[in-house]
Design a protein around this ligand. Structure first.
Ligand code: BEZ
Length: 212
């Protein structure tokens, strides 16, 4: 059975483009993203890693460490990174795991044999400071992921962790958020001094708490 939300993200040691990494040590006390792609020197993967590199500062601001993985060998990764930098006009500074023995791919169930016997699909895990899995997404090889959506989910997860709020459908940074059901309206009024709008007893909004 694959990994589920709330499970501890399995720890591992791996060879990467930035040296050997112990996963939990690499994450430290912050957040992390572990994501797989099918293969080096392929077009969609090139754009995905380029976009991730472009957003490195956004991940850093949110205290999120990024770690990519595919089953290709280290020398291939190193050559491909030069192509990503050249074609996507970026500098990749996050590590890419050379998972030749498929240790990480197997631990995280990233090979879906009915899609491909050999290559990892586009799996992505967001891991919290408690090392628990907070988000899993799986895309097919032919569809590049939306990394702005990944940032949006991280913003939502961090708001929940810090302020006990949830975010509504299609929420964007700066819009009102939802008071979680576990907080009574009486407590919400004390907790959220910017105000609580009660639409129904179970549907209550408050301005995003970490915005001026
Ligand atoms: C790609 O990254 O472009 C790709 C990889 C495997 C299958 C299809 C597309």
């Amino acid at each position: 059975m694959g990994l589920r939300l709330g499970d501890i993200a399995p720890d591992f040691k791996a060879v990467t483009t930035e040296g050997e990494i112990n996963f939990h040590e690499y994450l430290g006390n912050g957040w992390g993203i572990l994501f797989s792609h099918p293969a080096d020197y392929t077009p969609v993967c090139t754009t995905e890693l380029g976009k991730t590199a472009l957003l490195q500062e956004e991940f850093r601001k949110r205290n999120v460490k990024v770690l990519a993985v595919s089953v290709d060998p280290l020398d291939k990764h190193l050559g491909w990174v030069k192509d990503i930098n050249e074609t996507q006009h970026v500098e990749v500074h996050f590590p890419i795991i050379a998972d030749e023995d498929r240790k990480v791919a197997t631990l995280y169930d990233m090979i879906h044999p009915n899609a491909s016997e050999t290559f990892t699909v586009r799996s992505l895990f967001v891991i919290g400071p408690d090392k628990k899995i907070k988000l899993t997404i799986t895309y097919p090889a032919s569809t590049g992921r939306n990394f702005y959506e990944v940032l949006r989910v991280i913003d939502s997860l961090q708001l929940t962790a810090n302020y006990s709020v949830a975010t509504p459908a299609d929420w964007k940074e700066g819009e009102d958020v939802i008071v979680v059901p576990a907080v009574s309206t009486e407590d919400a009024i004390k907790k959220f001094p910017k105000g609580v709008k009660v639409i129904k007893p179970y549907l209550r909004y408050t301005p995003q708490p970490d915005k001026a």
